[in-house]
Write a protein that binds this ligand. Structure first.
Ligand code: FRU
Length: 474
């Protein structure tokens, strides 16, 4: 059955059009990124359906076009020729059917000849409490409206209603899907299915989670799993959900970890190494990867988290909230994942400035800063008034003033810092340590934002350092 553009879809699209026509003026918005992808209005979260298809990069994304808040998500859609300039496309999926009443949740894309196959989760909440989830299929042909094909997989037995975020890929003529899940013992699991036609999916097994392949944890849910081959191994990225105690309160955590290992396509077993945290900043969640036409493994992440602070972001007054990370290329070096901005980023560089000395400022709200031969030296890089990067012989700290409490908070990466590459795009900062060995990703908004006191990057050190800065423009 095909659910092509029903009356409910038309009504939803009309609503969104009305909001679009009344959207806030972006020209007077100091927070809006110049070259990172951000929604025109409403709330963006996870990247979805990433693919290189029909001569373009496709970025779908979790989108609530109706409010700067979470809710029944739709899929937004954008395309790009170079991963830098994005063209907004018509809304791809709206939650209009009975199998997706509370959202067309995250999922992935798979190029299939003339079609881009999309898999997503139909999220359904019951009025009496509880929920279920359906894994659904839709197809996209260039220039046409996405066609929903309906449910391909109902909720499997043995799991709660939290089974979602299908990531689909092809291997030796068969199709594989991993799903994030919570089992009935409240433990996070990654599940695998196999198919020969993308329509009938057969259980393969549990891939990852407590009690499997030597892994022990009390994470209660694993969101947005991504399992992919890289340099003759496999990498599994997951977003484990857990709780921590802070000031006597139970707070939900939103981390992203990766495990390197070997996936058995017959049994779904995944023998793996220890997990490694993928980010050491404040805003990185639900990343997704895809292989492009050159075979590069490219990642986008949501530069945000569904924490209790997001409602304080000042972009809401401008009608939008959250953005994507830059496109990052992943490589595997000595069993460790490295993340670096894709090479295309260097096309935007102009107005190079070089500096050697103790302290300086590089103006510019969209700029790249590189420092090499640091050898564990002590230095501080201030960005606007509310974010700074502190480096010493023990590692790197990202220090940010909390939007709600106004208190300074910091996140640490421990190790020896040899080099740094920083990308600032108005209200976002991505810091790549030691050629991508570790990353810190954060948004920041502050009193001094974009005004006189905002020096772009203010670098200071007690030992001599050398830095190069470029302005970035499309
Ligand atoms: C992760 C997530 C996914 C879900 C989506 C809903 O941020 O919670 O698990 O599919 O967001 O927007």
């Amino acid at each position: 059955m095909t659910y092509s553009h029903t009356l409910a879809d038309q009504l939803y699209f009309n609503d969104v059009l009305a909001i679009a026509l009344n959207q806030a003026n972006q020209a007077s918005d100091p927070y809006r990124p110049v070259w990172h992808f951000a929604p025109q209005f409403g709330l963006l979260n996870d990247p979805n359906g990433l693919a290189y298809f029909n001569g373009e990069y496709h970025l779908f994304y979790q989108w609530n076009p109706k409010a700067c808040a979470h809710g029944a998500k739709a899929w937004g859609h954008a395309t790009s020729k170079d991963l830098l300039k994005w063209q907004h496309q018509p809304l791809a999926l709206a939650p209009t059917q009975e199998f997706e009443t509370h959202g067309c949740y995250s999922g992935s894309g798979l190029v299939n000849g003339e079609k881009l196959e999309l898999f997503y989760t139909g999220n359904v909440k019951f009025t009496q409490g509880g929920r279920t989830a359906y894994q659904c299929r839709a197809t996209y042909e260039a220039g046409k409206q996405v066609e929903k094909k309906g449910i391909v997989l109902p909720l499997p037995e043995g799991y709660s209603g939290h089974v979602r975020d299908p990531k689909v890929w092809q291997h030796q003529g068969r199709y594989y899907m991993v799903l994030g899940a919570e089992d009935l013992d409240y433990q996070g699991k990654v599940l695998a299915y196999v198919s020969d036609d993308l329509q009938q999916w057969h259980w393969l097994g549990e891939v990852f989670g407590h009690g499997l392949n030597g892994h022990h944890s009390d994470d209660f849910m694993l969101e947005c799993p991504d399992l992919f081959p890289l340099a003759n191994r496999h990498v599994l990225i997951t977003c484990p959900k857990n709780w921590i105690e802070r000031d006597g309160e139970k707070i939900e955590t939103f981390d992203v970890t990766y495990h390197v290992g070997d996936f058995d396509y017959q049994t779904a077993a995944f023998a793996h190494q220890e997990g490694v945290l993928m980010d050491h900043g404040f805003d990185f969640y639900a990343p997704q990867t895809f292989a492009d036409q050159e075979g590069r493994r490219i990642l986008f992440g949501w530069m945000g988290k569904p924490d209790e602070f997001e409602a304080y972001q000042p972009t809401i007054a401008h009608g939008w909230i959250h953005q994507m990370t830059c496109a990052r290329e992943l490589t595997l070096v000595n069993g460790r994942l490295k993340q670096l901005p894709v090479a295309e980023i260097s096309q935007m560089r102009h107005s190079q400035q070089c500096f050697t000395g103790l302290s300086t400022c590089f103006a510019g709200l969209s700029a790249e800063l590189q420092l090499h031969d640091l050898q564990g030296k002590e230095l501080t890089i201030e960005v606007a008034d509310d974010l700074r990067i502190e480096v010493d012989s023990t590692g790197l700290r990202t220090v940010r003033r909390n939007l709600k409490t106004n208190q300074w908070q910091s996140i640490e990466w421990q190790g020896r810092v040899e080099s740094l590459q920083l990308l600032r795009d108005h209200s976002s900062l991505e810091v790549f340590i030691n050629q991508g060995e570790a990353v810190s990703t954060s948004r920041f908004f502050g009193k001094g934002f974009g005004v006189e006191s905002d020096k772009g990057f203010k670098v200071s050190s007690k030992q001599e350092i050398s830095a190069t800065c470029w302005q970035l423009a499309q």
